[in-house]
Unconditional design. Structure first.
Length: 259
């Protein structure tokens, strides 16, 4: 029996959340070591790109640029805003995204949730420095010190909150998931308010799985770096197997291959 292909070397692109930067993923990338080439680009308006306007098309371009830098095809992992951007990237460029892990982003903003986020975003946009201080405090309360410091290391950009919330409210993430043919992992903390539509999101996936981490919230889903790293490594093994599965002459995967 031929052993399954190794996941070692599978490129990974990490997408950060709202108002933080790619530095939020550094503890996970450090834990992965040299097993995978990895990048965590800054989205428009964040980190090294602070001052630029945020747009979804610009965010997707930042992710695809990172994929191209790693050879043109990668597994994409995103949290919160990063999960929505990763999903949009997978739908628009399935040939570049070998697998998708979308964390903390299985809600369609509507009703009271949308109203609450719009109000919070308007406040953040009007008083960005105060919102940055409050965000840093929240990170330090929710996460172990190394993760919290990684969240703030690249700077915070609360001034972008109104445009980001409007962008996410204008998205149709369920249809985006349905458009992507590759393997998908939906990962939520059990206490995350953004998991409310997770079953609908899962049903939209052509090849999806749902993972709910007990006792975790929206941010604290990252609190156990070792567990997050193992989950990514396990997913990378599946993606590598699918990527290297033998195909028939018409390009379809052979029955049982890569499973």
């Amino acid at each position: 029996m031929t052993p399954p292909p190794s996941a070692a070397g599978l490129p990974l692109v990490f997408v950060h959340g709202m108002r933080v930067s790619g530095t939020m993923w550094h503890p996970v990338i450090d834990a992965l070591g040299t097993r995978h080439p990895a990048l965590a680009p800054d989205l428009p308006g964040h980190g090294s790109r602070r001052g630029e306007p945020f747009t979804l098309s610009g965010a997707v371009a930042a992710v695809t640029d990172a994929i191209d830098e790693l050879g043109g095809r990668a597994m994409v992992i995103g949290l919160s805003l990063g999960g929505y951007v990763a999903t949009a990237t997978a739908a628009r460029h399935p040939e570049r995204v070998s697998g998708l892990m979308a964390m903390g982003c299985t809600a369609v903003p509507r009703g009271m949730l949308r109203t609450a986020y719009r109000r919070a975003a308007r406040l953040g946009g009007r008083h960005p420095e105060a919102a940055n201080r409050l965000s840093a405090y929240a990170f330090r309360r929710a996460l172990p010190a190394p993760l919290a410091e990684a969240m703030v290391a690249g700077g915070l950009s609360s001034e972008l909150m109104p445009s980001i919330i409007e962008t996410v409210c204008g998205m149709d993430p369920v249809s985006l998931l349905a458009a992507y043919p590759g393997p998908v992992w939906l990962v939520n903390g059990a206490r995350d308010q953004l998991r409310r539509d997770e079953r609908r999101f899962l049903a939209a996936c052509r090849d999806g799985r749902l993972v709910v981490r007990p006792r975790c919230g929206h941010l604290s889903v990252l609190s156990d770096t070792a567990a997050v790293t193992r989950q990514i490594l396990d997913a990378a093994t599946v993606v590598a197997a699918r990527t290297h599965a033998p195909t028939t002459t018409d390009g379809t995967v052979q029955e049982g291959a890569g499973r």
